[in-house]
Design a binder for this molecule. Structure first.
Ligand SMILES: C[S@@+](CC[C@H](N)C(=O)[O-])C[C@H]1O[C@@H](n2cnc3c(N)ncnc32)[C@H](O)[C@@H]1O
Length: 252
């Protein structure tokens, strides 16, 4: 049966938008459950590879509830998180309060001082961002590229807004080379992940969508081939958990 959140035509973005509108308040908790907390380590790896210095500019596309944007900002970078879902951005906005750590060294004054620089969150389409060419030192996208109506157009936009020498980083579900491991992993996505969705978000289809979207996604090898075709340098694949997840690294 076709997944209600996947469409291979011009309705694709609208369906994805509906999906995240429905699961936003429970998104973070289910991420922890279905990955056994491992997504936090994978995102940390992505952030390390972004190699940001204080004052650098970074863009996190499809930022969702802000995990990667907050972690990039903790490096001292000036970070923008962009997403088209009001519901996901609302959660990111609420989390911003928690990430504000009052600076105990600051002299007492009526205005609180904060040690942590916060990302700026912006609503927009990852395929058509409002930023000038060559603006960012690093552009990241985690679990977002697979959801775009045109994945190569998403990479082109990342490349456009990165400065020459800037880093592009993509984290997403991958495809392991080992056939047995791949079969076990795909079975997990087919059976266990929708069950988590049903139990914790009351929506199995929203989580069955992960496998459906993966069927139409080129995964780590295909993304690396696209980045090479687009003229990127130092294109690398970092496989995580035997290729279950993949990070694509490239420089403009
Ligand atoms: C699976 S979530 C990933 C969220 C976050 N990056 C993370 O790793 O937890 C995918 C996000 O992509 C966003 N998204 C999908 N298509 C988009 C588009 N065309 N423009 C902007 N955001 C988009 C969704 O709203 C959703 O928040």
């Amino acid at each position: 049966m076709a997944n209600p959140y996947y469409a291979a035509d011009e309705r694709r973005a609208g369906r994805v938008h509906d999906l995240f509108a429905g699961i936003a308040p429970r998104y973070d908790r289910i991420n922890d459950l279905q990955s056994f907390g491992l997504h936090r380590l994978w995102k940390r790896r992505l952030v390390r590879l972004a190699a940001l210095k204080p004052g650098d500019r970074a863009l996190d596309l499809c930022c969702g509830t802000g995990d990667v944007a907050f972690a990039l900002a903790a490096q001292g970078a000036e970070v923008t998180g962009l997403d088209f879902s009001e519901a996901m951005l609302e959660v990111a906005g609420r989390r911003s309060f928690k990430f504000q750590i009052p600076n105990s060294n600051a002299s007492s004054s009526a205005t609180p001082h904060f040690t942590t620089r916060l990302p700026q969150f912006l609503q927009g389409d990852a395929l058509h961002t409002p930023f000038p060419d060559g603006h960012f030192d690093a552009v990241t996208i985690s679990y977002g590229l697979r959801n775009l109506a045109d994945c190569e157009a998403g990479l082109r936009e990342m490349l456009r807004v990165a400065r020459p020498g800037g880093r592009l980083l993509v984290l997403d579900f991958g495809l392991p080379d080992n056939r047995l491991w791949r079969a076990l992993y795909l079975a997990y996505l087919r059976v266990a992940v929708p069950l988590f969705g049903l139990l914790f978000a009351g929506n199995a289809s929203a989580y069955a969508y992960i496998l459906e979207s993966l069927k139409h996604y080129p995964a780590q090898r295909g993304v690396a081939a696209m980045l090479t075709r687009l003229g990127c340098r130092n294109v690398r694949i970092i496989n995580l958990l035997g290729g279950v997840m993949g990070i694509n690294y490239a420089e403009k």
